[in-house]
Design a protein around this ligand. Structure first.
Ligand code: P6P
Length: 334
């Protein structure tokens, strides 16, 4: 077995050997890693920690907040406020951006996150996770405003997610491949367990919430009908379907064995945007997927090229095995 190295050693190697990441960014990623360990601990307690169920409030999305949504958001805010590497934060759980309090030093990065993705799975013990994205603050910025966060996904300097499942894993890219760390609970350390993850270009597995089929636009309906027809249809091979309703878990499966994940816009939304959020779900996942040799579009263009207009804007998402994403995207263009 190859010698295991920690997240810290991996990041220092990236910083020192490859000059890929500045020390401030390394520190930021380590702080986020520590926060994800704390969230994993809180999630793992379940009913014993009296952290299940609803918080009795709604977030900016109009979704009922779970206690663990609020706890996870607080953990990330508190862990990152004092470090001196951030100029501001934004979260799915907060309507406006969260500037760094004046009593703390400011840094040059902006951090966005979905603190606990897949909340509908919390109370039934199905994998959930944290998704995060890091941007550089615009040059000359003093006090951050929402517009400073509205940068296309190509400007991300780091992105990652944690999955709180049978294992707790942290998957990270800083633009130099995708690497996976598994939490060693005895040592409390993130240990490198997979380097340079690669998504197979072809797959026999697709992920979509099929209960929305009657609302889909024709290109999605055509793609899904073809994969459902399997070896009897134009694809000439049988497909399997998975839908965990936790994006982090579906994406992690795809990173490990290929697949195509789809959350399309459908006839229910007049603005044709879909459900998932661009800044702290689609962009970080698109950066990771592309770094692993996959593709990510909104059916029309590369997700990373989209110029954001609003902090919580939604976007249609097709991501995963390159050849399948290109196929379903091509159907949108016919
Ligand atoms: P649906 C979780 O709420 C989430 O944002 C993603 O993690 C997941 O892929 C999707 O929504 C599930 O949506 O409509 O199937 O419940």
């Amino acid at each position: 077995m190859t010698k295991r190295i920690s997240l810290t050693q991996h990041l220092i190697e990236q910083q020192r050997l490859h000059n890929k990441i500045p020390s401030e960014l390394r520190l930021l990623i380590e702080v986020v890693g520590r926060a994800c360990k704390s969230i994993s601990h809180a999630v793992g307690k379940g009913a014993l920690g009296e952290v299940l169920g609803s918080a009795g409030s709604e977030n900016v999305q109009g979704e009922v907040q779970k206690k663990l949504d609020v706890i996870s958001n607080e953990i990330l805010l508190e862990a990152n406020e004092w470090g001196g590497h951030l100029a501001g934060m934004a979260s799915e759980e907060m309507e406006t951006i969260h500037p760094i309090p004046n009593r703390y030093p400011k840094g040059e990065y902006l951090l966005m996150f979905d603190p606990l993705d897949g909340s509908s799975n919390i109370d039934v013990n199905v994998s959930i996770g944290t998704i995060f994205s890091v941007l550089k603050a615009p040059d000359g910025m003093t006090t951050p405003s929402e517009k400073d966060f509205l940068q296309p996904g190509t400007k991300q300097v780091a992105a990652g997610y944690a999955v709180y499942g049978p294992q707790t894993v942290l998957v990270l890219t800083t633009g130099d491949g995708v690497h996976c760390f598994t939490l060693d609970r005895e040592m409390g350390a993130w240990v490198l367990t997979q380097r340079d993850m690669q998504i197979p270009a072809d797959t026999k597995e697709f992920a979509i919430n099929a209960s929305n089929a009657r609302h889909w636009y024709p290109p999605v309906k055509r793609y899904v009908d073809e994969v459902l027809a399997g070896s009897t249809g134009p694809r000439g091979k049988d497909f399997n379907m998975r839908w965990i309703a936790s994006m982090v878990a579906d994406v992690h499966r795809i990173l490990n064995r290929g697949g195509v994940f789809m959350y399309p816009a459908d006839a229910r939304e007049p603005d044709k945007a879909g459900k998932l959020r661009l800044m702290y779900e689609a962009n970080p996942m698109a950066f990771i997927v592309e770094q692993a040799g996959g593709a990510a579009t909104n059916g029309d263009q590369r997700i990373l090229d989209i110029q954001p207009e609003k902090l919580h804007q939604r976007v249609a998402v097709f991501l995963g095995s390159k050849n399948e994403v290109e196929r379903v995207t091509s159907y949108h263009k016919e």
